[in-house]
Every structure is written in structure tokens, then in C-alpha cells.
Design a protein around this ligand. Sequence first.
Ligand SMILES: [Zn+2]
Ligand SMILES: [Zn+2]
Length: 319
Amino acid sequence: MSTFNGCIREYPILAIDRFIPNESKQYFILSHVHKGNNFYLFFILNIKLIAIQDHTHGLENLNFNEKVYCTEQTALLLPFMEKRTSKQLMYSHLKELMVPVPYYETIVFEISQQNSIELTFLPANHCPGAALILIKENNGTVLYTGDMRAEAIFVTDKLDYIKKFQIKNLYMDTTCCYAEKRNFISKIASVDLLSQLIQSYSDHHHIYLDCWTVGYEEVWMAVAETFKEKIHVSRQRYTLYCRMNLLFKSILTIDPTSTRFHSCRWDEPCRAHENNMISIHFTPNENTRPIKYIPTKQSKQLLMTDLPYDCKPLEQMVK
Ligand SMILES: [Zn+2]
Ligand SMILES: [Zn+2]
């Protein structure tokens, strides 16, 4: 959970990932978005309660009326993000306020006749549109990481740009800096594990890929390529992704009868497969955990999934 308060000490006129207007803030910057709600409470396997806060705090306020600087993909995604409960658009009031800035392009904020702040978005290897934010001015160069995945191949290939700068202060997200998450595996390794896992079940199983937020696209791509089948998703997800990149037309489908892979809302006719469905919830370590879900009318628990609320885990299939 992010505890960052949105303030960059060196540059108090900037607000990053916190959108509460006040006199000192002149520029509002969003590092990324990957879910429609600001605040979630989850029961996982009925025992664990987790609170997750997003980076969009304040943007849901219909009175928010400031420009929002972000990457091009984030500008496309945000106005179409739905509220998880009601499926209503949460940020459509921001459509005209988004200022898309391409990666590696520098935008200049004039703060006086002599002074300006330069800001550059860099890829973060997180979800589509996610960015590190490099800020330069007389007060020194500062790097805000937002959420990033710093695997070696990415740092070598994509972050060469920052080598030439002397970073005075680093604002780093430490959400996963604890012992349990010490052995993050690479994206390539996790996709390999996933393929092996799916192949361990016979072809008549339907596979539910528990992709509950934006950010699992590489999983879909790998599955579509390996198993030569598309992934069934809701019409809303399909439209959202295809608006961002037409490539998703060859990876996703809204036809539930055309595939055995799903990241859908598990309505009919998909529910007819619940007796031979394996749901895979991804965790950032080697213990990939497929969980089988059953629907129940009584349960109102939220799961880390796009499944309807009235589903709950039946059993943990593999530990
Ligand atoms: Zn994130
Ligand atoms: Zn489906």
C-alpha cells in the first residue's frame, strides 16, 4: 500500500499520485492507473484482510478540475475505468483534463521567468502506461518510481536514459520490499511456470486467469500464443484494451463459446463449465496457486478477481 503523500520536497508545486488541490500545488501528475476503485478490502481464502490504496486518490472527486499530466496510455485508460461494484465509469469527468505525454519526451513547467521544471516519463515495467517520473531543475534531479518492476533485463534495456543524470533524491515505492517477496521471479519465468501449470491439466478444463486489474496483459499474450486460443473477457474490457492497442483484437474475445480461457465475469454460459474450471490467481513467487471457485448467493466477499462478488473459493488445488 502506498504511503506516499504526493509531495516532492524539492518541488512543492508538484503533486504526484495525490489529487487534493490546495494553494501550493500547481501541477498534478499521475504515474499510472490499474484499477477502478481507490480503496479495496479483500478477504483472501476467508482468512486475510488486505487494504489496497491506489495512486488516484482525489481523482474520483467530480469537482476536481485541474489538468492531469500522465503517459499516453494512462490518458486513454483512466476515463474508461469502471467502479468495481456498480460498473459505472469513475473518471469520465476527467476526459478533457488529461494531458498525455509520450515516454522519454520532456515537458517543461515554467515557474518564473528564470526558473522552470522539466519532467520526463520513463517506462516502469509495471502496467500499461505506468511511468517513472524524472524531475529536473535547480534544486537537483529527482526520480519518483511509482510502482515499477526493476528486473535486470528491463533496467538494462529501458533505463539507460537515466545514467547521465545524478539523482539527488529517489522517491521509491517499497510495497514489495519485505522478506516474503524477496525472490521475485522474472516475467519470462512466471509465464513459463504458468504454461507448464496449464499443460498439467487436460484440454477439457476451462482455465480462469484471475487478471483482476490492468497489468496482466503479458499473461494473456503468452497464453494466446502458446495455446492458440483467445481469452474471453467482458465487452467493457475488450473495448478498453482495443481502444488502447488494436493488437488486443487478436488476443481477446467477447465470444464465450470460442475458447476455454477466461478472464471474464463468469456469467452464463461460462458458468456451465464450473465443474471443470481451474482458476489461476497469480502471486509473485514460485508458488503458483490455482484456486477453484464456486458461486454462492449468500457470500458478498470480494476476491482478487473480476469474478462476480457472489463467488468464493472452494478449495486450494495446489500449494
Ligand atoms: Zn501499480
Ligand atoms: Zn468466460
